[in-house]
Ligand binder design. Structure first.
Ligand code: NAD
Length: 295
């Protein structure tokens, strides 16, 4: 079994980005600037935005967080999105989800200029990704592709099962692995809550991407000997073994599954750290005009 160390790879990439930002500074160029909109006081959202802000500072990016109370009206939020769209200082921005019920997430996502949509949630970016055009790819699938690339894990001709079909993880992941690309060229099955023969499908797969959000769902009896297992799930459960009283569990029963795999990601320290780094990479691309030419 070989561990896919997402924390280590994420730190390497952060160092690469830091060097690039230092070069830009020396040349008198523009420092990449990421902004985030956060609405309300959801604990998990605060934590995620805090991590993103910290990561920006680590690599030398400029970072702005716009905070709004959860009674903000949809029209006002749309105006704030438009201001960020038009602000030449901001290279890319994200709107932290979930949003309060009275605000349409889809409307807000579609109001973001695709050129600044570094989360890759806008239909234009998703559509461009599907047909293989340059696009911002949502952070978690992009991070997983980077891990597969850096660990040189062969995907061509392999059977992959992605468990989960969310717009931000399962669906883009399935498309990316099936693309005519490297990594890619896999035969992908996208399983979901209505899939009937999941155990049978998974037991034949060379690679399993578990993104369903059910703690320790994937057990050793389901997995083929020598498979690669990527665990996206994060579930917070109570624990008397930690100071905080909580611990994070993945979708994979790690201890028993790890023994059967060729490669596996741990939780924490696998996919999670890559997600934030992908957002930084997308912001860097935005500031360089790599996906869409600068206007
Ligand atoms: P989601 O709830 O939007 O989607 C879950 C998907 O799993 C659905 O498509 C559903 O059909 C499928 N599913 C549910 N139960 C199933 C079952 N028994 N069998 C087969 N399929 C089943 O979730 P999401 O936003 O894609 O996130 C999935 C998990 O990944 C969550 O635990 C989330 O916290 C985690 N996540 C982690 C990161 C990270 O950075 N590591 C990023 C995003 C999401």
């Amino acid at each position: 079994m070989k561990l896919i160390d997402g924390k280590k790879v994420a730190n390497q990439i952060k160092e690469e980005i830091t060097l690039e930002v230092e070069r830009v500074k020396l040349d008198g160029g523009k420092i990449p600037h990421l902004a985030a909109i956060i609405v309300g006081h959801d604990g998990a959202s605060e934590t995620y935005v805090g991590h993103k802000e910290k990561a920006c500072i680590q690599v030398g990016f400029d970072s702005t967080v716009l905070r709004f109370e959860d009674d903000i009206e949809e029209d006002t939020l749309l105006r704030k999105v438009d201001e960020l769209n038009k602000n030449p200082e901001i290279d890319g921005f994200i709107v932290q989800l979930p949003l309060p019920d009275h605000i349409s997430e889809q409307k807000i996502i579609e109001a973001i200029d695709p050129k600044k949509d570094v989360d890759g949630f806008h239909p234009i970016n998703l559509g461009r990704m599907v047909i293989g055009l340059p696009a911002y790819i949502s952070a978690t699938p992009a991070g997983i592709m980077e891990l597969i690339k850096r660990y040189k894990i062969e995907t061509s001709g392999k059977d992959v099962v992605v468990i989960g079909r969310s717009n931000i993880v399962g669906k883009p992941m399935s498309i990316l692995l099936g693309q005519k690309a490297d990594p890619g060229n896999a035969t992908v099955t996208m399983a979901h809550s209505r899939t009937k023969n999941l155990k049978e499908l998974v037991s034949k797969a060379d690679m399993v991407i578990a993104a369903l959000g059910q703690a320790e769902f994937l057990t050793a009896d389901m997995v083929k000997e020598g498979a690669t297992v990527i665990d996206v799930g994060i579930t917070r459960v109570k624990s008397d073994q930690t100071k905080s009283g909580w611990k994070l569990l993945g979708d994979v029963k790690y201890d028993e599954v790890a023994e059967k795999t060729e490669y596996i990601t741990p939780v924490p320290g696998g996919v999670g750290p890559m997600t934030i780094v992908s957002l930084l990479q997308n912001t860097l691309k935005a500031s360089k005009g790599e996906i869409y030419p600068k206007f």
